[in-house]
Ligand binder design. Structure first.
Ligand code: 5GP
Length: 121
């Protein structure tokens, strides 16, 4: 599969500072910020700073350093948001996964008992 990254997507614009965000954590390789339309008391998006459109793109082509930096950010988000009782990490991907923003992002959802993993609809 070839991955075709669109640099005009809204998360690329957030990374360029063109659109504000509520930052939770940032390091050299990742930015974590609050989702604008939260689906749980904790709803943070973790995104890589590099131009990757999806989880499989990131896993296939990001360097070991980028991947380690991303996962370090996930760990920090879980610590900062205090989701020790549990959380869900979701990476919606392309059409079947109903991905809306074509820049890889991992949703971290928690802070309350969550519903079914795949609700109807
Ligand atoms: P997807 O369906 O692509 O996995 O999820 C995209 C997520 O990005 C949605 O949960 C949506 O609320 C969030 N989102 C879309 N635009 C913005 C924005 O401009 N700022 C923030 N913080 N979140 C956004």
């Amino acid at each position: 599969m070839t991955f075709d990254y669109d640099p005009t997507n809204i998360f690329a614009r957030i990374l360029r500072g063109e659109i504000p965000n509520r930052t939770v954590f940032e390091n050299d390789h990742a930015l974590a910020f609050e989702d604008i339309n939260p689906q749980a008391p904790v709803h943070v998006l973790v995104i890589p700073k590099g131009p990757y459109m999806s989880l499989d793109h990131f896993a296939a082509e990001a360097s070991a350093e980028e991947q380690a930096g991303f996962m370090a950010a996930v760990a920090e988000v879980c610590r900062i948001t205090n989701v020790g009782e549990g959380f869900r990490a979701i990476a919606n991907t392309r059409t079947h996964g109903r991905q809306e923003v074509p820049h890889y992002h991992l949703h971290i959802l928690g802070g309350a008992q969550l519903g079914a993993m795949l609700p109807p609809g």
